[in-house]
Design a protein around this ligand. Structure first.
Ligand code: DAH
Length: 324
């Protein structure tokens, strides 16, 4: 009797392979697996089998049933995929375009302006050592800027840089003057976050060292930047200040148009490179002089785009990112 089962299997599978449409598949299912189908017929023929062989016959029929059912399911699944082919003309979900972040765009624009004035963009590491962040910049050991509460200190004299002035030292160590560079990047200070403070922000640092650089060159450069960046009516104001790495030092304000009104905005610091800094990196301050400046990127971006809260820049809220 097992020959009958084998024969039924061959015949059924052959028929299934030939069923080319949904209707033919359904007809096959009714023919073989239906309640009055051929499998059922074979099962009732068990009565005619010798009692000693019934068990084996029943087993073989059960196997056949399993085989036919799974073959049918596989075939039906494949043909239903084929029945719903991919319609490439159907409108899909439109992917939303990404955009460069407002801070990246501001930095890019600033570097463009400085590049046109002959400043080469460079970068420096965000994990720095105290020598580059403080000592070589003429910041004394006991200076309050070194306070642990004002800096992110890491291990072994390392820290997250608190200012991009570090890059001045990195460049002067490597490159004999004349040098004219701009360095943009992140800086870190453990501030409590509020509308105007964040523990990470961005600066654009400039450095020009040559044989006879004067404070007039500094002011001229900043003014040229302001006019190119904010428009031909922009102005620059330098207010005397103190930084350990410049002498004299000044705070830089730029007059820019905000919502139709011209306003002074404090943007950073600047000054003539202190001879002690040049000496630290083995450059003779009798031959070389220089100026340096550091400008806050967030201040510029926030004023320019009317962003009232610095936290909006870094929280990655799509509602904000999509609007600017
Ligand atoms: N590094 C200073 C700060 O973060 C800003 C600064 C002041 C940079 C004077 C300079 C400079 O290059 O000459 O507050």
């Amino acid at each position: 009797m097992s020959a009958a089962v084998d024969q039924a299997r061959d015949e059924a599978l052959q028929g299934l392979a030939q069923a080319a449409s949904a209707e033919a598949l359904e007809a096959w299912r009714i023919d073989w697996l239906g309640s009055k189908g051929r499998l059922k017929g074979l099962m009732s023929s068990i009565r005619d089998v010798e009692p000693s062989a019934r068990k084996a016959f029943g087993q073989a029929l059960n196997d056949l049933k399993g085989t036919l059912e799974s073959a049918f399911e596989a075939r039906a699944a494949a043909s239903s995929d084929a029945a719903q082919p991919l319609d490439v003309t159907e409108p899909g979900t439109e992917p939303r375009g990404g955009a460069r972040h407002i801070i990246s765009r501001t930095i890019e624009d600033m570097l463009d302006v400085f590049a046109r004035m002959g400043f080469t963009p460079v970068t420096g590491p965000e994990v720095e050592d105290e020598r580059h962040n403080f000592t070589a910049l003429n910041v004394p050991e006991a200076h309050p800027a070194r306070e642990p509460s004002d800096n992110f200190y890491l291990q072994d004299g390392h820290m997250l840089r608190s200012q991009t002035s570090t890059v001045q030292i990195r460049v002067l160590e490597q490159t004999p003057p004349p040098v004219r560079i701009v360095a943009a990047g992140r800086v870190y200070r453990p501030d409590t976050h509020d509308a105007t403070h964040y523990s990470m922000f961005h600066q654009v640092e400039g450095l020009y060292v040559d044989r006879s650089v004067t404070i007039v060159d500094l002011k001229t450069t900043l003014l040229a930047f302001a006019r190119s960046f904010f428009g031909p009516d922009a102005e620059v104001r330098m207010r005397p200040s103190f930084f350990p790495f410049t002498e004299p030092s000044a705070e830089v304000d730029m007059k820019m148009k905000i919502k139709g009104r011209w306003q002074w905005v404090e943007l950073g610091g600047c000054g003539m490179v202190d001879p002690a800094v040049l000496t630290q990196v083995g450059i003779d301050p009798e031959t070389w002089t220089g100026f340096a400046f550091g400008l806050g990127v967030e201040r510029i971006a926030m004023r320019r785009w009317g962003i009232p809260d610095i936290r909006w820049l870094f929280e990655n809220d799509e509602r904000f990112l999509r609007r600017i």
